[in-house]
Write a protein that binds this ligand. Structure first.
Ligand SMILES: *Cc1c(COP(=O)(O)O)cnc(C)c1O
Length: 241
């Protein structure tokens, strides 16, 4: 990975070639994998540059920060994905700004999103975030609670349940990375067997996207490997009421 936004074209070529190789090795068509370019902490100009290189899907984690960039780029055709932890006092903003929410981990937030989705907009695409390991402070639904959550979300009129999302614990061994992604795919298959029509596995980040492709990821959320290290990771605390 190269440092700085001026290296975006080369970083993107590199990431795309590795995705293509991982897809080939897994016997999957290359176009079955979508890059969601994670642009949190990056300026609107970086998103504009990435859009010029053919990237269409962008991921943001903080509603207020995203709003400014979505406003600035309103003239461009961009699909916005909300990937961060969603607090209930931010659901209205997210329901109106985004096409996708990857991080649903409780029914109450899903219900608010459905109620607050503007009537003129198409249903909001959502994924359920699943928690794969016992990490305190990490978001995500317990795998044991997934079926009930899926049933709740699928019943909401303004949401469209698309699949699962995960953020596994950091792991440098590809085989161990794959284990978490395999487990997520198995959970998706279990929900399908229950009658849910699901087509999305949102998994894989800068350090593990090839393992994710090997296990069937459809949406890779990649920030650092494209844009370089984020200018600041520090975020002002947003309070839950
Ligand atoms: C920041 C973030 C990413 C991107 O991480 P990189 O390691 O920079 O690729 C992906 N998913 C989520 C949920 C994130 O918050």
């Amino acid at each position: 990975m190269l440092i700085g936004p001026q290296n975006l074209p080369e970083n993107l070529r590199f990431v795309r070639s590795r995705i293509a190789a991982a897809a080939r090795a897994a016997g999957r068509p290359e176009d079955s994998v979508t890059i969601v370019a994670v642009s949190k902490a990056q300026p609107a100009s970086a998103i504009d540059a990435a859009r010029n290189l053919g990237l269409v899907d962008f991921g943001e984690s903080y509603p207020q920060e995203a709003r400014a960039k979505i406003d600035a780029l309103h003239a461009r055709e961009v699909t916005w994905h909300f990937i961060g932890h969603l607090q209930s006092n931010k659901t209205r903003l997210v329901a109106s700004l985004f096409s996708w929410v990857h991080s649903i981990d409780r029914s109450s937030v899903a219900r608010r999103l459905s109620e607050q989705r503007p009537f003129h907009a198409p249903p909001l695409n959502v994924c359920l975030q699943v928690k794969l390991a016992d990490e305190t402070g990490k978001a995500g639904a317990d795998p044991a609670a997934l079926e009930e959550l899926a049933a709740d979300v699928a019943s909401l009129p303004r949401l469209r349940l698309r699949g699962l999302m995960c953020i596994p614990p950091p792991e440098s061994e590809p085989e161990l990375q794959r284990g978490y992604f395999r487990r997520t795919r198995e959970l998706l298959e279990r929900l399908r067997a229950r009658g849910h029509d699901l087509d999305c596995l949102s998994m894989g980040m800068s350090s593990d996207y090839e393992a994710a492709v090997a296990e069937g990821a459809t949406h890779l959320r990649i920030g650092t490997a494209l844009f370089g290290p984020r200018p600041t990771e520090e975020k002002p605390e947003e309070e839950e009421p």
